[in-house]
Each structure stands twice: as C-alpha cells, then as structure tokens.
Design a protein around this ligand. Structure first.
Ligand code: FAD
Length: 301
C-alpha cells in the first residue's frame, strides 16, 4: 500500500522495498530496509523527507555504510542512501561536495586543483556526509580542520547552513549526531599547494594504511574509539583476543582494532563479538571500550 504511494509520489527516484542492507554495508551484514531510496540531488532528498514526515515514516540516512552495523532485524521506515548525490565543485581555495560524494574522490579533486589539507583522508572509505557526521580523522588530520561549513536539512525539513563552531566537532563527534540533521553539502577551505607533493603524501598514507589494515576483507574500520591513555589494538592483543572467531566474524589478525567478515558473518556475530571484547577488556583492564562504529536498526525477531 505504502509502496505504491511512495513510488507514485516519486516515480523518478529509485526506491526498493524490503532491500537487504547487507548489499550496501562494508561489513556485508545487516537486515532489510522497509524502503530504500537513492535520491540524486538535494531537492529529491528534501521531498523524500517531507513525504516521510507527512506519512510518519521514520527516516534513516546512510552514506557509504563504512562505519555502520545494521542489526539483523533491519530498519523500519525509509532509509536514504545518499551516494548518488555526489557533485563536487571547486572555487578558488574551497571545495564544496554534496554529502554522498566519496571522501576519497574529494581528496583526489582537491589534489587535482593543487589544494592541500585533505591528504589525511585519501584512504577513508566513507562519504563526505559520513566524514562530517563522524569528524573522521587519520594520520594526525581531522575533518574539523578543513570543513568550514555544512548545509543541513533539519528533521523538520528546513535547510540551514552550520559554521564550524555550530558543527561542534570533537573526537569522532559533530553536532549533527545530536540534532539528527541530514548533511546535504560540506565546504572544505584548503590552502594552495604543490600537486605532486600532495599526491606523494596521499600515496604514502595509503601505502601505510594498506600495510596495517585488512583492506582485502569486509570490515567497518576501527570498531572502538581510542580510550584515553590506551591503544585499543594493544589492549585487544594483550587480552589474547586477536584472531578470535565468532560465527563468521573475526578479530583481524592484521589489525586487532578491526573485526573482519571472514565467512558470511551476520550483524549478530559482529555485535556479540564486540560485546565479548568489551567484557574481557573491562575485566582485565577496567577500560570501557566505546564503539566508534554506529549501530542502528532492530534486533531480529
Ligand atoms: C577499511 C576502513 C578504514 C577506515 N578508516 C578510517 C579512518 O582512517 N578514519 C576514520 O575516521 N574512519 C575510518 N573508517 C570509518 C568510516 O570510513 C568513516 O567513519 C566514514 O567517515 C564514514 O562515512 P560513511 O559515509 O561510510 O558513513 P556511514 O557508515 O554510511 O554512516 C555513519 C554515520 O553517519 C551518518 N551519516 C552518513 N551520512 C550522513 C549524512 N549525509 N547526513 C547525516 N548523517 C549521515 C549515518 O546515519 C551513520 O550514523 C574506516 C572504515 C573502513 C571500512
């Protein structure tokens, strides 16, 4: 019933029904979305939100699903994957990217314009929206240092521009997490640099990443935030948990802070293994490992 209405209302937008989110998440796990839409521009995103609000459908926004565990029961209501809304424009020293643009692509565009500042993110496999939402960071750099504003859609459907202060960046935190805004675009303010030197830095960081991270297997990156005064990977190794298998999930033998999907893991395998690690580390070290990965959706019935 609702499906006819939603597709009739938006014949130009791809909308799938009961679509397994495992097809989209980096861990290759996760239950179905009732409705999964792929808006291609700001107007479509805005219209879908207005429709969902009117129909009382809960709305969930997903970027590249590289920092996400969707529980095996899936997500009720409307899920929007924004990766088809991905324009990037450059004016002088600023790069403005729609939130679905790949962060990696954005760093390549900056390099092509000899703009320096985003090199740290050359290998972060998320979207611009996900990177701003998470204040993603690597190798000493962080989104907070380069994003000077973001255009968001409030839950009520209003478009607002937030400056860096309003984005309230902290360690893997932005105000968007607190207010449930949908990020539409982000503006990066960069410095002129040398294209070849920028490329060399990006290549170096990507080589370091490939040497340390299990990039050949599905994962969601670092599962836990860095606890003050400790290294997560080291705590997990010292507790003897590296290599531990749980269903089809395994604590990566290459990087103990990652959990890889080695054999048709479910989201439940991931969540049970995360819980087990938290319990062991709490018992052994009295350190609470807080998840960096975002966990959403319903328990399986
Ligand atoms: C191999 C690997 C390496 C990684 N390395 C790093 C790293 O070095 N540094 C780092 O910080 N992270 C890293 N990550 C994690 C991840 O790539 C980042 O957190 C990334 O910024 C998430 O972006 P995403 O588009 O995939 O977000 P998603 O996983 O799709 O979503 C994450 C959260 O952001 C929200 N969100 C996404 N888009 C929007 C939007 N437009 N508006 C509002 N909310 C939105 C979602 O609702 C969700 O809560 C890595 C992940 C992997 C798999």
């Amino acid at each position: 019933m609702m499906m006819e209405e939603i597709t009739a209302a938006f014949p130009a937008i791809e909308i799938l029904r009961n679509e397994p989110l495992a097809h989209y998440t980096h861990t290759k796990t996760g239950g179905p979305a009732d409705y999964l839409a792929f808006p291609t521009n700001v107007q479509e995103t805005k219209s879908l939100l207005a429709y969902a609000n009117q129909e009382n459908l809960p709305v969930t926004v997903v970027g590249n699903a590289s920092n996400l565990i969707v529980r095996d029961g899936g997500i009720r209501g409307l899920v929007m994957i924004l990766t088809k809304m991905a324009n990037i424009t450059v004016t002088d020293n600023t790069v403005t990217a729609e939130s679905g643009a790949a962060m990696i692509k954005t760093t390549q565009v900056a390099q092509a314009h000899a703009l320096t500042g985003t090199e740290f993110a050359a290998g972060i496999p998320g979207s611009v929206g996900g990177a701003v939402f998470m204040n993603a960071g690597a190798y000493g750099g962080e989104i907070s240092e380069v994003v000077t504003s973001a255009e968001v859609l409030t839950p009520e459907g209003e478009i607002r521009t937030l400056n860096a202060q309003e984005l309230d960046f902290g360690y893997r935190h932005s105000s968007v997490q607190d207010y449930h805004d949908i990020i539409l675009t982000a503006t990066f303010t960069l410095e002129p640099g040398d294209g070849a030197a920028i490329q060399a830095t990006m290549d170096d960081l990507n080589a370091r990443r490939a040497a340390k991270q299990p990039l050949d297997l599905p994962s969601c990156g670092s599962v836990f935030k860095r606890p003050t005064g400790h290294y997560t990977g080291q705590l997990i190794q010292e507790a003897g948990l590296q290599g531990l298998k749980w269903g089809g999930a395994q604590v990566s033998t290459k990087h103990a802070g990652f959990i890889v999907n080695i054999d048709h893991a479910t989201a439940t395998d991931y969540l049970e293994l995360i819980h087990h690690i938290q319990e062991v580390i709490w018992k052994e070290d009295q350190v609470h490992l807080e998840t960096e990965v975002r966990i959403i959706g319903e328990e399986p019935k």
